[in-house]
Design a protein. Structure first.
Length: 285
């Protein structure tokens, strides 16, 4: 598939005041070079109607609606297949409806744990194990997953505004609808031999690592100095993660977009794919 001319990277968050924690990196491909054209938190770029995560998620869905190109979101798009089926979903679209039916992230997490096979508390998808990420309903990310699936992915998919990889891989090339990909900034940085950890914080070591990460990302995307300064100044690392999400999304189109896992249409995949993303069942955290 040809690389998209427009790429958006989103560092997503289910935090109580998601306006400050969700960051958006906007890129355009000009003369064959990917260039960063925008970098801002949701408060500035989306102007959500409230502080709660649902308001920011709704504003993000509205921002993405009607766009073309590709957008990579740092949020789990699905659940392990046995857990999804334990919740009564046989397809990914059915799973979106099931997840949206829970009252909140706690109810979602409780149901997922009950549906987890064996004695474990959490299960991971094959793609989570390959990229070193948490279970989608782990207590660190359960709000992120619940909000992202319910309030961003579901409205865009139900409304026909986007296609999602790899679930829609067969029809992804048809038309000019936005392509949505799951990405994971820590794994993107890792894949570029950059610092996956200890770049978030106020200390000199963390700032030095943000600088090294930014330099590595700049080998993949042209970053104007005003955005580079902003990414270095953001001690939470969210701005840098948004750039990494955009780079990961662009890199996904450099290789095969079809995962080698057993149930990619249900479990989804983190992009860009890694070499050892092979078939497998649920994994422990």
């Amino acid at each position: 598939m040809d690389p998209p001319d427009r790429v958006v990277g989103v560092d997503f968050s289910g935090a109580r005041d998601a306006r400050e924690n969700v960051w958006i990196a906007e890129c355009e491909r000009r003369d064959g070079t990917l260039r960063l054209t925008g970098l801002a938190p949701a408060r500035e770029r989306l102007d959500p109607s409230g502080r709660d995560p649902a308001a920011t998620a709704a504003a993000l869905a509205g921002f993405l609606r009607g766009r073309s190109g590709a957008a990579g979101l740092d949020v789990p798009f699905s659940l392990p297949a046995p857990v999804a089926r334990g919740l009564g979903a046989e397809t990914w679209r059915e799973l979106l409806e099931v997840v949206a039916g829970f009252d909140d992230a706690s109810a979602f997490d409780t149901a997922c744990q009950r549906a987890t096979p064996g004695d474990r508390t959490y299960a991971r998808r094959a793609t989570d194990a390959a990229h070193g990420s948490f279970s989608p309903y782990h207590f660190f990310v359960k709000r992120q997953t619940y909000t992202g699936m319910s309030d961003v992915l579901r409205p865009l998919v139900v409304g026909g505004d986007a296609r999602v990889l790899p679930m829609d891989i067969d029809v992804a090339r048809d038309g000019d609808r936005l392509l949505l990909l799951e990405t994971y900034p820590a794994a993107v940085l890792d894949g570029l031999d950059l610092h996956r950890e200890e770049y978030k914080g106020t200390g000199s070591r963390e700032r030095e690592r943000r600088g090294a990460n930014l330099a590595g990302l700049r080998s993949r995307v042209s970053v104007p100095d005003r955005f580079a300064d902003r990414a270095l100044a953001d001690t939470d690392g969210d701005a840098l993660d948004a750039i990494a999400a955009a780079v990961g999304t662009a890199r996904a189109f450099e290789t095969d977009l079809t995962p080698a896992t057993t149930e990619p249409r249900l479990e989804g995949a983190i992009y860009p794919l890694v070499n050892d993303q092979s078939a497998g069942g649920p994994h422990d955290t």
